[in-house]
Design a protein around this ligand. Structure first.
Ligand code: HEM
Length: 397
């Protein structure tokens, strides 16, 4: 064991508006401050470097999710019983219920339909010549796909987006964004209890499968609502912003876009590179179960530790030219989808969805130009856009 070093500290507020607009200089400062840094404005630490974020994700025994993966205890309590907020062996049981529907075999059956849907949506948007790549495209697609898979009726879809945005805000500190989100979080629980009941759900959908698992006794009845909430929260804003962020990067990097057009097998790698560079989920907290030594800096037991995926994914100790959008990099070991037992359960689906939309764009659109300033949507966890006006030129391939 190394000698204990003085604790690196920082007063940076990662949840302040100006930092959320452009978090990258602050994250770089934190990476340079030390391998583990105590955030003096909060009762928390941050791991800002790739090596330690990935190691912590693989070490659920010392970096536990059981207290919740947000900052505030009151909201972590609401997360109790969700797949995100537990450790093995409880986690293994809950995750198995979700994984069944998200496994490669189950996804293979949906792939063709999702690709068709993506192409239809892109064709409609592109026919207008100009459109908002967030509100007309990225935000429409995952809601349509995921709501179908969950088995929701048309009327039940409308509030979904406000729920996910609000829920992710409550993973941060109790700031103005979290306060403004509270009414939507209450509505979400009301919705999960009253709308997502078997009578309103398609019997073959994901949500009905969770109710059926409880009826069979595979999971406790008390796990139904927490598991349903995972679908509602985790599956939409993440994918929407993953797609929206990629379209912005394409518009900002016309040469990279042409490279992908000339070799459409780069659509997948370009999406991974976008997830690395503009990680839609910027980070989640863990709680240390014992004192943890990180290169000579000791994090005490029972500390809240922010695992910064956004910082890890730009760590110059890991990546060459980390600030650049390199569509051939194919950064398969980024941590934008987490890693370890909590690694994203829906990553296969997210990749199919991204391929559907981005692949159709690349096929149908010869150039993408910004038609106005992109508008950022600030959220305590999610990095993304409220609006991305673009004009496109077509030349079908
Ligand atoms: C680009 C899109 C997506 C991104 C960036 C993303 C990101 C993440 C991340 C970082 C985690 C790890 C959480 C942690 O470390 O505590 C996670 C977990 C999870 N994701 Fe995703 N996600 C995406 C899409 C989806 C989709 C489409 C679904 C569902 C259909 C989904 C369902 C889940 C679930 C259920 C978990 C919890 C897994 C567990 O705790 O075992 N995600 N996601």
């Amino acid at each position: 064991m190394q000698a204990t070093l003085p604790v690196p500290t920082s007063g940076i507020d990662l949840f302040a508006d100006d930092v959320l607009h452009d978090p990258y200089p602050a994250l770089r400062e934190l990476r340079d401050a030390g391998p583990a840094v105590r955030l003096t404005g909060y009762d928390a630490w941050i791991l800002p470097r790739y090596e330690h974020v990935r190691a912590a994700l693989a070490d659920h025994e010392r970096f536990s999710s059981a207290h919740g993966v947000g900052y505030e205890d009151q909201f972590n309590a609401l997360m109790k019983g969700t797949v995100l907020a537990c450790d093995p062996p409880d986690h293994t049981r809950l995750r198995a219920v979700l994984s069944e529907k998200l496994a490669p075999k189950a996804l293979a059956k949906m792939r063709t339909r999702i690709l068709e849907l993506g192409d239809e949506l892109v064709a409609t948007a592109v026919a207008k010549g100009g459109f908002d790549a967030v509100t007309d495209l990225a935000a429409v697609f995952p809601v349509t796909v995921v709501a179908d898979l969950i088995g929701l009726t048309e009327e039940a879809r409308e509030p979904l987006l406000s729920f996910a945005d609000a829920a992710f805000n409550t993973f941060g500190p109790f700031n103005a964004r979290t306060q403004a989100s509270l009414p939507f979080v209450s509505q979400m629980f009301e919705y999960l209890n009253t709308v997502m009941v078997p009578a309103n759900l398609h019997p073959d959908g994901w949500a009905a499968a969770i109710h059926q698992a409880a009826d069979r006794g595979d999971i406790e009845a008390a796990s139904v609502i927490p598991l349903l909430s995972a679908y509602v929260i985790a599956s939409m804003d993440t994918t929407i912003n993953g797609i929206g962020n990629t379209v912005l990067l394409f518009a900002q990097h016309p040469k990279a876009y042409q490279e992908v057009r000339s070799d459409p097998s780069l659509v997948g790698p370009a999406f991974e590179e976008s997830l690395r560079l503009e990680s839609p989920a910027q980070g989640f907290f863990r709680r240390t179960t014992q004192p943890v030594d990180i290169e000579g800096v000791t994090i005490p037991a029972d500390s809240k530790v922010l695992l910064s995926y956004a910082s890890a994914n730009r760590d110059e100790r890991k990546w060459e030219r980390p600030e650049e959008f390199l569509v051939r990099r194919n950064p398969v070991d980024h941590v934008a989808l987490g890693y370890g037992v909590h690694g994203c359960a829906g990553q296969g689906l997210a990749r199919i969805e991204a391929n559907a939309v981005l692949g159709a764009l690349v096929r149908r659109v010869s150039s993408i130009d910004l038609a106005g300033e992109p508008v950022r949507k600030l959220n305590n966890v999610i990095r993304g856009l409220a609006s991305l006006p673009v004009t496109v030129r077509t030349e079908e391939r």
